[in-house]
Design a protein around this ligand. Structure first.
Ligand code: F0G
Length: 369
């Protein structure tokens, strides 16, 4: 069955049981779970071991959602979201985005023959993501404002014009993203890890993975709920602030971080994510831009690579292990949310491409010696 090739539709009974002819799928999922801990990385992977060493963990896995068809985890929710739009007979779909949701929407809308409309914060979207949206033919509207302004606008536009909204406010997107949780549990033979760590912006993914774990637990597929750690950039940390105030109130900030994917000041899925943190005895941590970029270089140098926002995961793990919140011998799964190629500038040394050398053996020798 075609659907069984998708790492989302394989779990359709728990996600969205719809007739196959409506399904819009690339297919997505089936992403790698890299063993990168000091103990579980295995011989012949000393490069990957550097990550375990940096985190300070014996048993550590990174699940690379950047291996999805458009290079981020967003494809998991977009296949279900666009399938629903298809089922409803929608001709146009829209979202506000920091770049990855829009790239994914553009691709899936094009596949389904729908009009894709995306609202982006001008000047704050990595080049690779913008290129995808344009190439896939979405109507790409850059707003003179931040993501939060774009989000408010797209909600208004969708209401007024009857366009199908595909931000993570849309419950069917969240359903698809649950598959990250199911798939990693299956990769671990349904032995739940102690911790699941992921970057947090608009909080859709925290909500989705938390829901997947809760469902797996209720169905007795796993024996305990993993604790969830959501990691925010220190300059875009409203969820962290709420958490530090024992969730007494919902916070918002003027967001600023090098990790543009999570540069969000007023996350829409706050309530659902809060419930996930509370139910799983989870935690919210923040990491600085310097910590994000350092962690990114460790992931990149190990030969795995990711975009800046994804590296918040490793930076957060390192911090939580150092603080003694995550114990050295606990089993941890971290999510890498986006592909290295999405953002080919931030945190990547430009020196090599900067200066060419003469095409002589002497010139090349002098560089390599
Ligand atoms: N990592 C990446 C690479 C992202 O693109 C996003 C969100 C996140 C992490 C955070 O996930 O929002 O579910 O908490 N990107 C959205 C977008 C906002 O428009 O592409 P979240």
């Amino acid at each position: 069955l075609l659907l069984d090739r998708s790492g989302v539709w394989r779990y359709r009974e728990l996600i969205l049981p719809v007739p196959e002819q409506f399904v819009v799928s690339r297919p997505e999922g089936n992403t790698s779970l890299y063993p990168v801990g000091l103990e579980n990385c295995g011989a012949g992977r000393t490069g990957h071991r550097q990550i375990g060493n940096y985190a300070g963990l014996e048993r550590f896995f990174l699940k690379h959602e950047g291996e999805n068809p458009t290079g981020s985890f967003k494809d998991r929710g977009m296949t279900t979201g666009v399938t629903m739009a298809n089922l409803l007979g929608s001709r146009a779909v829209a979202c506000a985005s920091t770049g990855n949701t829009s790239a994914s929407l553009a691709s899936y809308a094009a596949q389904a023959g729908m009009e894709g409309i995306v609202f982006l914060p001008a000047g704050n979207v990595a080049a690779g993501k913008l290129a995808q949206s344009l190439a896939y033919g979405a109507k790409t509207v850059q707003i003179e404002g931040d993501f939060d302004a774009a989000m408010t606008l797209v909600e208004q536009v969708c209401n007024e014009l009857g366009i199908y909204l595909l931000n993570s406010l849309n419950p069917f997107r969240v359903e698809g993203q649950k598959a990250i949780g199911f798939e990693l549990l299956q990769q671990l033979d349904w032995q739940a890890p102690d911790w699941l760590v992921l970057p947090a912006g608009n909080l859709g993914n925290t909500s989705a993975i938390g829901k997947a774990f809760r469902q797996a637990y209720e169905l007795s597929l796993i024996s305990h709920l993993p604790r969830i750690a959501s990691i925010q950039a220190a300059g875009a940390n409203p969820f962290y602030r709420s958490f530090m105030g024992s969730f007494a109130q919902r916070e918002s900030v003027q967001a600023d971080t090098v990790a543009t994917a999570i540069k969000i000041g007023n996350p829409v899925s706050y309530s659902r994510a809060r419930r996930v943190i509370e139910e799983s005895d989870g935690i919210v941590e923040q990491v600085t831009d310097e910590e994000i970029l350092e962690a990114k270089s460790v992931i990149d140098r190990a030969g795995i690579g990711c975009e800046p926002a994804s590296a918040a995961t490793l930076a957060g793990v390192r911090k939580l292990v150092a603080r003694g919140v995550i114990k050295r011998d606990e089993q941890v799964v971290g999510i890498l949310t986006g592909n290295l190629l999405k953002d080919s500038k931030t945190g990547i040394p430009q020196s090599i491409s900067g200066g060419a050398v003469k095409a002589t053996i002497e010139a090349v020798r002098s560089i390599l010696s």
